[in-house]
Design a protein around this ligand. Structure first.
Ligand SMILES: Cc1ncc(COP(=O)(O)O)c(C=O)c1O
Length: 464
């Protein structure tokens, strides 16, 4: 992991020479050719939507061809059969998050998976159960009923969910809805850890919230913040949650595929992520989830036939028997064309190796940060500088971030704007060179020096 140690220090070296040297020594340079990024584009938005690769398109084409040739027979006769696509892709993803194969499945979307998983674990808490751990088999039980008790709307006894102020909004919408559906007032029980600086969450504030409130039943945190890119210590948060008698769940959208995880070793209870960002499976591609083996067998809050025990799914019993794996949290028929590209794209990432990808990603963001420090005094870096607290992108802060982002995009530098003042720049390791990073900084410098961004209007909306 430290093959790049010190290699990106700009110092007295000409950055172009440094970039060329780093690119020459890049063990992943051949991987880049397998992604489709138009020659006139500097693509720095893989944290929103990863590009197509030959491998992803090939696995998608194969499934399209199977549909053409096999029709309904594809569910059983395709090679491999479509019927177990969710489980199979889960197996392939498991090493990227440090899980056993049966702990990961693909299905639904992030938001749907938050609904079903947070709902499931709220139901467990309301039934008087909690995270099982040595010497303390259940949560401390302020909300323990007789196993049949529904929430009584009593703020003393209802479980709370701990989130943070900088979360992706959809997470809060879904969790609030799940609380409401159980008669729990989200204004009381969605406990929000504040940010001290508007960019990051201090993990000590998560621990302080757990100390201050004994009703927290679920700690729900991102592995990395979507705006600043702050990366969290998943093991530390999980340990704090468990010590407080709470489950630990994570939104890992901004790290899976660029940061290696060890969910099993960290004892994480459950997690969700998407496959359209760093996993490069295409727009709206299928979601993924992790449920620790010790929770298999629970009845998902959003049950559906695709989560039924596989061997008897087609017996069409009215009685629902959940699969004894994370597969139980699938709901309905998986969208095959939104899942198929993932097969090829994971293969490509596994070929590259997640540790090599992480090492290169850190070197790319180190180089970017060093260049910004050196050449862009009016831009601040909103992403933590310590490697352990940095995900795959860098948040560049500028008062005119929206117009800067528009000017960059017009010049073929695809970044995105996140209100109020952030341009996110993601030099994704599989397909970005150090020369690309230098070019991005050159473009920003040219725009700011000339004031070219000032001709753009601010929009206040739209997909960026
Ligand atoms: C961190 C995070 N959480 C949740 C979501 C919502 O995901 P989905 O639209 O797939 O449900 C996103 C989408 O970009 C995200 O970045």
């Amino acid at each position: 992991m430290d093959e790049y140690d010190g290699a990106t220090d700009v110092g007295d070296v000409d950055p172009a020479v440094l970039a060329a040297r780093l690119d020459d020594g890049d063990p992943l340079s051949s991987v880049a050719d397998r992604y489709h990024v138009p020659g006139d584009v500097l693509y720095m938005d893989g944290n929103s939507l990863g590009p197509a690769s030959d491998a992803a398109l090939a696995s998608l084409d194969r499934v399209i061809e199977e549909w053409r040739e096999l029709l309904i027979g594809g569910w059983t006769d395709a090679d491999p059969p479509w019927f177990t696509m969710g489980e199979r892709l889960g197996d392939a993803l498991a090493p990227l998050v440090g899980a056993d194969p049966e702990e990961v499945v693909v299905g639904n979307s992030i938001t749907v998976n938050i609904h079903t998983l947070v709902g499931t674990f709220l139901d467990e808490l309301l039934a008087g159960n909690g995270p099982e751990r040595e010497g303390l088999p259940a949560a401390d039980g302020t909300w323990v009923g007789d196993g049949t008790q529904a929430a009584d709307g009593d703020p003393e006894t209802d479980p709370a969910v701990l989130v943070n102020e900088l979360d992706f909004p959809s997470d809060h919408y879904a969790i609030r809805a799940q609380l409401r559906q159980r008669g729990i007032d989200p204004d009381e029980k969605l406990r929000v850890v504040p940010s001290r600086d508007g960019r990051t969450i201090d993990p000590r504030d998560i621990e302080a919230a757990l100390d201050a409130h004994d009703d927290i039943g679920i700690v729900w945190m991102p592995t990395a913040l979507y705006r600043s890119g702050q990366l969290f210590d998943v093991a530390r948060i999980t340990e704090a949650a468990h010590e407080a008698g709470a489950y630990a769940g994570f939104d890992a959208a901004h790290s899976v595929g660029t940061v290696p995880h060890e969910f099993g070793e960290a004892d994480v209870d459950f997690a969700v992520w998407c496959t359209y960002k760093y996993l490069n499976a295409g727009p709206g591609s299928i979601g993924a989830l992790y449920v620790a083996e010790r929770h298999h067998g629970l009845t998902p809050a959003l049950a559906g036939w695709w989560g039924h025990e596989k061997d008897t799914q087609f017996e069409m019993n009215m009685e629902y028997t959940p699969a004894d794996s994370a597969g139980a949290w699938q709901i309905g028929t998986p969208p095959l064309f939104a899942a198929a590209p993932l097969e090829g794209s994971i293969e490509l990432l596994r070929e590259a190796g997640i540790d090599r990808l992480r090492a290169k990603s850190l070197a790319l963001t180190d180089f970017l940060i060093a260049l910004v420090d050196e050449r862009l005094p009016e831009v601040s870096v909103g992403t933590p500088r310590e490697h352990a607290a940095r995900g795959g992108h860098v948040a560049l802060e500028h008062p005119d971030a929206e117009r800067l982002s528009a000017a960059l995009t017009d010049r073929g530098v695809v970044v995105d704007f996140r209100p109020p003042n952030v341009v996110r720049v993601c030099p994704a390791a599989p397909y970005t060179s150090f020369a690309d990073v230098l070019e991005v900084v050159d473009e920003i410098a040219a725009i700011l020096d000339s004031g070219a961004h000032e001709q753009y209007a601010t929009s206040g909306g739209g997909v960026t």
